[in-house]
Write a new protein. Structure first.
Length: 318
């Protein structure tokens, strides 16, 4: 028992938050990534969700992870058990995390099948890339599933849940059903058509917590675009994220400037980084300010002498 709590204490101490916490414990949310801490904290969607819940002023969001070596399932922030939370939000990126989600529920003594959970709480909501691609395996488990980019509707969903003016989950769905991308579990209502939200924000999503214990150690991650201009048969991004849309160099650099004293490494995140026709301006900013600029996916056919030289000067090695 104490092993997990000591690990949590160490992880918390080594984190740098990029936002000011404003919590209210009258609405308690468990924010669950069914995989290791290091993977979760490298996920932009999970970072965004954690920040949004803890900057509203009317909610409290606490993080949970899955590690097969842990002997108990408790939150990172307060060591409370998962089954103590009224609302549980799951973020799933990989299909194998479906199994980890079930393991977390079993270990937390939460009934897996939705039709056997007769009480209003906990309310189980899932989202993320894996569920957007294939929600079917968890339609009998989760109460609600969000398909697509949730950043545009998250506030509305939380506002509705926090009002608590519904008698059961069916009534809650009646209040949420007009939200594109949100579908109910089969135990609440069977729906025949699904729509995916392809919301595009005004500003790029970015890291909200910097930590040496993530897969991208001490790195600030930020979107440079969303979606993909290609339709590769082996990849789903172009189909679930909508058309390819770029963020301006001005918006990317502005966010990096705001937090630059908290890190020395930046990760530029996109399905095709070089498709942003202003990416060279971002790389030059990093070079001029001594910030290492690493990239995610690069297409060889878009490399040229200019951007290859900039990528090298910005600290890329492979």
């Amino acid at each position: 028992m104490w092993k997990v709590r000591q690990k949590h204490e160490k992880l918390i101490k080594q984190e740098t938050l990029l936002f000011e916490i404003s919590r209210d414990y009258s609405n308690n949310y468990a924010v669950v990534y069914p995989n290791k801490y290091s993977i979760a904290m490298s996920n932009l969607g999970f970072n965004f969700l954690y920040k949004e819940l803890n900057t509203r002023g009317d909610s409290n969001g606490e993080r949970f992870f899955y590690d097969q070596d842990d002997d108990e399932v408790i939150s990172l922030e307060s060591n409370r058990y998962l089954n103590e939370f009224e609302v549980i939000l799951f973020s799933l990126t990989y299909e194998l995390d479906y199994i980890n989600l079930l393991r977390l529920m079993i270990k937390s003594e939460i009934e897996i099948f939705g039709d056997r959970r007769t009480r209003l709480f906990p309310i189980l909501i899932g989202g993320g890339a894996a569920l957007t691609i294939n929600p079917a395996p968890l339609l009998k488990v989760l109460d609600f599933i969000y398909l697509g980019n949730a950043d545009g509707d998250l506030k509305r969903i939380i506002d509705t849940v926090n009002r608590k003016d519904y008698r059961d989950k069916e009534e809650l769905y009646d209040r949420l059903k007009k939200i594109t991308g949100l579908i109910p579990g089969e135990h609440i209502r069977k729906v025949s058509t699904f729509k995916i939200s392809k919301y595009f924000p005004d500003a790029p999503v970015h890291s909200t917590v910097i930590t040496p214990n993530s897969e991208m150690k001490d790195m600030f991650l930020i979107e440079t675009a969303r979606g993909c201009p290609y339709r590769c048969s082996f990849c789903s991004v172009g189909r679930i994220k909508g058309g390819f849309r770029r963020f301006s160099a001005e918006s990317i650099i502005g966010i990096i400037k705001k937090h630059r004293d908290k890190f020395r490494r930046v990760g530029l995140v996109s399905s095709a980084v070089l498709e942003n026709n202003e990416i060279n301006l971002v790389l030059k900013f990093g070079i001029d300010n001594g910030i290492t600029m690493n990239t995610s996916s690069l297409r060889l056919d878009l490399l040229n002498e200019e951007n290859l030289n900039l990528l090298f000067k910005a600290g890329n090695k492979t």
